[in-house]
Ligand binder design. Structure first.
Ligand code: ATP
Ligand code: MG
Length: 395
């Protein structure tokens, strides 16, 4: 059985220097430890451009799957520990070459223990000739597909090969906080993932309309939040009761403008909750042209009620691409569960696709929405979800 000793984590070229670089590495270090907190026997070391994790008897496949979810890692490799004996070293290199699907390779040996009877060049030659004799691989010293690094110490030798791609991006949370409007649909959980990937800490707001929306629908949203929370550790979700506002809109405005008005109210509420919670931007899962409320005219009319920046990571993605990504992050199956959403219940037959601010304001003047917004914000419920769904703290 292969004995893995160390995981070498790369975070690639950082454009940032000085304090930013330090913050990046420190946050990444914390996020990695947090992701692997169920494995207390791992030990960690930070170096200038690498992080090393020493393993004991953990399952490398499980650790690898977890590390692939940590933003800020560009790639990582597992190092095998073998005896410092040329035959064992060469056989291990041969096994690695055979297991790879690459066509070219290069050996790179470093001798830390100068008492080892062969020089680095000779070790390279011995390993390479075994690989050349027993596989189809060819040597390419300039641009090898497979680089096998051998580091010889007195009692043991470390052999590193193969790079597992990391999730890229910035360590979650390093770039500030955003309040994401989270529905139970396919898009907004994907938006959460994209925002987190750029180092933003995501807090969520969900608008529920009980009793028209059920407890199951609410549960589904919290489940989705819990799933994406794995990428940043945990997530705060503010659940806002939207029923009265929604009913009032239907009473005062009726069909074509209902969605526009609802969304203007959602944005106003989001802005207030964002301000209360130190979020400098609002996020949504909108994608241009997808539905009536996502035409450019609708977006402009809805967006004009607030001044907080709105981040829309999916704005130019096709539905197919969004679905692929939802599958990749594991939220798709939950998103398509058929529970009602506040927008589907009051589904208007004829939503306006080119709403105007003037008309919206005309309807909004018909009721005292400001006090309804105050009431909705004051009565919101805040829940902290974590990757393990069962643990939930009510604030
Ligand atoms: P999704 O798949 O994310 O539900 P959608 O295609 O159904 O999106 P809309 O219903 O128009 O599109 O919603 C657009 C965006 O508005 C969503 O991505 C989400 O950010 C936000 N949103 C919609 N409904 C709600 C809700 N009930 N609570 C919070 N945010 C919502
Ligand atoms: Mg929706």
């Amino acid at each position: 059985m292969v004995k893995y000793d160390t995981i070498l984590i790369r975070f690639g070229e950082l454009s940032t220097k000085g304090k930013n670089r330090k913050d990046f590495i420190n946050r990444l270090f914390r996020n990695i430890k947090d992701m692997l907190k169920d494995y207390p026997n791992l030990s960690y070391r930070k170096a200038y451009d690498r992080i090393y994790i020493k393993m004991t008897d953990e399952d490398p496949d499980v650790i690898s799957a977890k590390l692939q979810k940590v933003f800020g890692i560009s790639s990582f490799s597992f190092t095998e520990k073998v005896a410092s004996d040329i035959d064992t070293i060469a056989e291990t290199c041969l096994r690695i070459a055979k297991e790879s699907d690459k066509k070219t390779f290069k050996m790179m040996t470093k001798r830390h223990d100068k008492s080892f009877p062969m020089r680095s060049d000779a070790v390279n030659r011995e390993c390479a000739s075994r690989i050349l004799k027993n596989t189809e691989l060819k040597v390419d010293v300039h641009d090898p597909e497979l680089l096998i690094r051998v580091e010889i110490h007195r009692d043991e030798t470390y052999i590193t090969s193969g790079k597992i791609p990391g999730a890229g991006g910035f360590p979650a949370g390093i770039n500030g906080k955003v309040l994401l409007m989270l529905s139970g649909g396919i898009d907004s959980p994907v938006a959460a993932y994209q925002l987190m990937k750029r180092g933003l800490e995501v807090e969520a707001v969900h608008y529920a309309s009980p009793p028209y929306t059920s407890e199951n629908a609410r549960r589904k949203v919290l489940d989705l939040a819990a799933m994406v929370s794995e990428y940043q550790g945990k997530m705060k979700v503010h659940v806002v009761n939207f029923t009265d506002i929604q009913l009032k809109i239907y009473e005062k405005a009726g069909d074509p403008y209902a969605v526009t008005l609802m969304r203007r109210m959602m944005f106003r509420l989001a802005e207030r909750i964002a301000e209360e919670n130190g979020c400098l931007a609002i996020g949504t899962g909108e994608s241009i042209g997808q539905v009536a409320s996502q035409t450019l005219e609708s977006i402009a009319c809805i967006n004009s009620v607030i001044h907080t920046p709105v981040l829309r990571p999916l704005i130019c993605m096709d539905k197919i691409e969004i679905i692929d990504m939802a599958r990749h992050i594991g939220t798709y199956e939950t998103s398509i569960l058929p529970y009602e959403d506040c927008c589907t219940i009051f589904d208007p037959k004829n939503p306006v696709t080119k709403p105007t601010t003037k008309k919206s304001e005309y309807y909004e003047a018909k009721f005292d929405f400001a006090s309804m917004l105050d009431e909705a914000v004051a009565s919101k419920e805040t829940v902290v979800v974590r990757p393990q769904k069962d643990e939930e703290d009510f604030l």
